[in-house]
Design a protein around this ligand. Structure first.
Ligand code: NI
Length: 168
């Protein structure tokens, strides 16, 4: 396994729209070891979700674990949201936007379809933090970041803060 480099805002590679994964590729050793690397990178960071886009792999998959004891790894390949309901506001952060947190409004509950680690399609319902995380990671696959929901002025402040942090 390996810790992968995480791209950071405003790196334009984070804006790449990811391409669908060939479902037949999921079971291959290469893809499985990529998933292992993504989990290791996410747990080490530490974070609760990581989209392939963030490690400069522009394919539609992501890993998530919102459990306190890091015992519930979830893999979503080619995820699609089938239903969304209600609204929630959560103070989000992102491994690609270090040390920045901001309120984002998203659907409160969702129903999602994806292919799992075993290569089989599944559907699941999610709400609360898991629903936030799925929507956040799916944004990454579309080249979108949570700071895009902020006002242009706030986003510029974030960019300056990160540039300063990088120089320090
Ligand atoms: Ni993120």
């Amino acid at each position: 396994m390996a810790i992968l480099d995480i791209l950071e805002f405003p790196d334009t590679r984070l804006r790449t729209v990811a391409k669908p994964v060939d479902p037949a590729a999921v079971a291959t050793p290469a893809f499985q070891s990529r998933l292992d690397d993504m989990f290791e990178t996410m747990y080490e960071a530490p974070g609760i979700g990581l989209a392939a886009s963030q490690v400069d792999v522009h394919e539609r998959f992501m890993v998530i674990d919102v459990s306190d004891d890091r015992s519930q790894p979830l893999v979503f390949v080619n995820p699609e949201i089938l239903e969304r309901e209600g609204e929630q506001v959560y103070q989000e952060g992102c491994l690609s936007v270090p040390d920045i947190f901001a309120d984002v409004t998203r659907a409160n509950s969702i129903r999602v379809r994806a292919i799992g680690r075993d290569g089989e399609a599944f559907e699941m319902a999610a709400d609360g933090l898991l629903a936030v995380c799925i929507q956040h990671e799916m944004d990454h696959l579309a080249g979108k970041l949570f700071v895009d929901y902020l006002s242009p002025l706030k986003r510029e402040m974030v960019r300056k803060k990160l540039a300063k942090r990088k120089r320090a």
